[in-house]
Design a protein around this ligand. Structure first.
Ligand code: AMP
Length: 191
């Protein structure tokens, strides 16, 4: 099985690009953000707990997302691999993922990082807000908080995966097809 991590700041285009990657490489796209929004929509206890944190731009507890990912690894069949989107987001989550994969005799195939400058993040999120209507995209202070959380807690994963020789980066600026072409060139090297 392949285990790809789609990495990048909020608004980099991970979800947008995931659709074609999933189809072209027969992957299960696992977005922890989407799974959490599903729990919120279904009104589950987990969703209720997560909503307040997400709406404030904070991360949900590591154990919550780790459990969601492991249960998908255990149940999803008939795919050639997984495309993790929005997970891991902390060093603790990256270590937990390593443990999960080791227990399965597997390892991360590659981290695919879509990078955009900070100045572009807010414009991309404002644009997405007009299309998707996500509560956490609506308020400037929540967007600021998510960007700060990304820098403080998620960005350190770049060095974590560089040290393991698993980190690969593409330029996320430009049009959707332009970024898709850069990703396709990288995937050809990884698979
Ligand atoms: P996303 O759709 O990836 O932008 O995620 C939306 C929100 O869900 C984030 O701002 C977090 O509050 C929460 N979330 C998603 N993935 C994770 C994760 N791996 N760890 C903690 N919180 C997460």
């Amino acid at each position: 099985m392949k285990y790809y991590i789609l990495f990048g700041p909020p608004g980099a285009g991970k979800g947008t690009q995931a659709t074609s990657l999933r189809e072209n490489y027969h992957l299960c796209h696992l977005s922890t953000g989407e799974l959490l929004r599903g729990e919120i929509a279904a009104g589950t206890p987990l969703g209720l707990e997560a909503k307040a944190l997400i709406d404030a731009g904070n991360l949900v507890p590591d154990a919550v997302v780790e459990g969601m990912i492991e249960s998908k690894f255990n149940t999803v069949k008939d795919v050639e691999g997984f495309l993790l989107d929005g997970f891991p987001r902390t060093t603790a989550q990256a270590e937990a993922l390593e443990g999960m994969l080791q227990r399965r005799g597997e390892k991360v195939t590659g981290v695919i990082s879509i990078m955009i400058p900070d100045a572009m993040i807010k414009d991309r999120i404002r644009h997405r807000a007009t299309i998707e209507g996500r509560a956490d995209d609506a308020k400037d202070e929540v967007i600021e908080k998510r960007i700060a959380t990304y820098h403080a807690k998620t960005e350190p994963l770049i060095d974590f995966y560089k040290a393991r020789g698993q980190y690969h980066e593409v330029d996320g600026t430009g049009t959707i097809p332009e970024v898709a072409a850069r990703l396709a060139a990288l995937m050809a090297k990884l698979s």
